[in-house]
Write a protein that binds this ligand. Structure first.
Ligand code: RP5
Length: 164
């Protein structure tokens, strides 16, 4: 099946974290592709990827980078697809730099910025599913089931703590 979500990351060193985005998408049966593309090191490829993404059938782009993280913003610059940014904690500043670089986009070029690191990677996968679910009943059903199971787990833990 054809990928409908593109996961791009600035370096192969981001892959360990970004696997979590792919796993989340797989849980909802969503096909995705993964690429290493750098806003700074391969800017032409970044532009090419983003500007052709919609025509190639992608519906959401997840972009992850660390440090002075411009990848999500560069993706958003050349597409009308929703771009979800995942700041990676790869620099001595622990991801705070990437968080601000990804989140603080100027008006007109939004990037939906997730949490730093693996939390954000997983949430990006789930958020992409939520976007796709607005037009896909099957994904919507899987999301509803996911939310229910998550709630049941908390209720169960609450009971365990209370010793009942
Ligand atoms: C960013 O610089 C990448 O997204 C990565 O998080 C960080 C370090 O990259 P490498 O030097 O490991 O390739 O562009």
């Amino acid at each position: 099946m054809k990928a409908i979500v593109g996961i791009v990351m600035g370096s192969k060193s981001d892959l360990e974290v970004m696997k979590d985005a792919g796993e989340a998408l797989s849980e909802f049966g969503i096909e995705y592709e993964m690429r290493v593309i750098s806003a700074h090191r391969t800017p032409e490829i970044a532009h090419e990827y983003s500007s052709t993404a919609k025509a190639r059938g992608l519906k959401v782009i997840i972009a992850a980078a660390g440090g002075a993280a411009h990848l999500a913003g560069v993706m958003a610059a050349s597409t009308t697809l929703p771009v979800l940014g995942v700041p990676i904690a790869s620099s001595p500043l622990g991801g705070f730099d990437a968080l601000l670089s990804t989140a603080q986009m100027p008006p007109g070029v939004p990037v939906a910025t997730m949490s730093v690191g693996s939390w954000g990677a997983r949430n990006a996968g789930i958020f992409a599913a939520m976007i796709l679910a607005t037009n896909d009943m099957e994904i919507a059903g899987k999301l509803a089931e996911f939310k229910l199971k998550q709630a049941e787990k908390i209720v169960q833990h609450d009971k365990e703590i209370q010793g009942s």
